[in-house]
Design a protein around this ligand. Structure first.
Ligand code: NOJ
Length: 441
């Protein structure tokens, strides 16, 4: 059989992404802990509990796993409620614990990418209205200053806010995330304040650390009109894309936030990105519907696409290509800050992984400056309102015993990371269903 090889740029970062509340365990001082303790909020009322037990030190064994299998980077987040348990108190021990964790990455020759806000907020902030409060951007900025002062000798790559669009949709439009509202006005406020918080954070990070690289990690969802010949479907697909995908990053170019029929000036956001992060999972077909509260649409997965175990994600690598092209419009280095699939049996993950990486390779070789890829995730972790029902890890997790289960995708990802390339024989071996798609006759 002829051999082929899709080579990635020299110095490409290969890693996984995680978030504090999802992996640390024992986070009892944030909005998600409170949410988990309200009956009916999380599927089967499951709790994060010990999660992956990282706070007790199990990050060490998981970082070993990552490093031994060829990963040279890792994206993790800092838990605001740990380092600032009360408005007027910093927990220096918690900050030291993060220093140790990040040092743990550097010792393993892995580049850290650090997210400052990944969905969870301290309880004291919730009492003050979380991101609906106009003082929150300043409060966030104080926390960012504290963290950057403490970690700047160890970290160069910063993400200010993870998925502000999902945070806002989940918490203020569809109600699945805390505080469970359905209120377009509040959603706009939250989005606007997050953008303000991001802009302040950008400036603080650069004041403290001029060489730092700062970005965001928006969720990109590919929205395609279900009936391309019907102008109404195209109109709602565009509206959705403009509000969901474009609103936040566009404001960093235009100084104007436009979101779901509302808009506001925010000149301080201009020029506040050094790189562009993208979290991509899936694509939707969009149909016009008379539902004003849902931005006049109905959505469903392309019927021909294979779906993940619980139907949360459809495998549509073409949507990823759209996303990477969209990111490329911002003309800055790009990191894939998340991409992955829930698949306890690991039956779809190998195909999903190689087919999505194939898109990264294609664009990188068309001179799109993609610098790294962070798979979601390293080990199964607490999947927010879906609890433990979805398993995104390369390694599985037995939550009760904390035993890690090595899935076949580990070997596949290891081969790719170590070779900095996708070899045809690796695809043949681990994802034979994708072979013809990647290497057509
Ligand atoms: C994106 C979020 O950033 C992450 O926290 C979540 O677990 C994954 N999507 C998978 O749903």
């Amino acid at each position: 059989m002829p051999q082929a090889r899709f080579a990635f740029p020299k110095g490409f970062l290969w890693g996984c992404a995680t978030a504090s509340h999802q992996v640390e365990g024992g986070n009892t001082n944030n909005n998600w802990y409170a949410w988990e303790n309200e009956p009916g909020r999380i599927l089967f009322d499951q709790k994060s509990g010990k999660a992956c037990d990282w706070w007790a030190g199990r990050w060490k064994e998981d970082f070993d796993r990552a490093a031994e299998t060829g990963q040279n980077a890792h994206r993790l987040s800092i838990e605001w409620s740990r380092v600032q348990p009360e408005p007027d108190r910093w927990d220096e021990n918690a900050i030291d614990a993060y220093r140790e964790m990040i040092r743990g990455l550097l010792d393993r020759k892995m580049v850290p990418m650090v997210t400052l806000h990944h969905f969870s907020d301290p309880l004291w902030l919730c009492e003050r209205g979380t991101w609906e409060n106009e003082q929150t951007p300043e409060l966030f900025a104080r926390y960012v200053r504290k963290i950057v002062e403490a970690l700047k000798d160890l970290v160069n790559l910063w993400i200010t806010i993870n998925e502000p669009n999902i945070y806002t949709y989940g918490g203020y439009l569809n109600g699945g995330f805390p505080p469970g509202k359905n209120d377009l006005k509040a959603a706009f406020k939250v989005f606007y304040h997050m953008l303000k918080g991001h802009s302040l954070a950008y400036k603080i990070i650069h004041d403290l650390q001029p060489e730092a690289q700062v970005g965001i990690a928006p969720n990109y969802r590919s929205f395609v009109p279900a009936r391309p010949w019907l102008p109404l479907d195209s109109a709602v697909a565009n509206l959705l894309s403009a509000s969901y995908n474009d609103a936040f990053p566009n404001a960093t170019r235009t100084g104007k936030l436009k979101f779901a029929f509302q808009s506001a000036d925010i000149p301080e956001a201009v020029g506040t990105l050094d790189f562009f992060g993208i979290n991509y999972y899936t694509r939707d077909l969009v149909k016009f519907a008379l539902k004003p509260n849902q931005l006049f649409n109905e959505r469903y997965f392309p019927p021909e696409a294979v779906q993940s175990e619980t139907g949360f994600i459809a495998n549509v690598p073409d949507g990823f290509r759209d996303g990477l092209r969209w990111a490329a419009k911002y003309r800055m280095p790009i990191y894939v800050t998340e991409n992955g699939i829930e698949d306890a049996k690991d039956s779809l993950r190998p195909s999903y992984l190689v087919e999505h990486l194939h898109q990264v390779w294609q664009l990188a070789n068309q001179n799109v400056p993609i610098k790294g890829y962070f798979h979601w995730s390293l080990v199964d972790n607490f999947e927010w309102e879906r609890g433990w029902t979805q398993r995104f890890g390369l390694w599985g997790l037995d939550v009760d015993t904390q035993k890690r289960i090595r899935r076949p995708s580990v070997d596949l990802y290891e081969a790719i990371c170590k070779q900095n390339a996708i070899h045809s024989e690796v695809v043949q071996r681990y994802a034979p269903q994708s072979f013809n798609r990647l290497f057509p006759e």
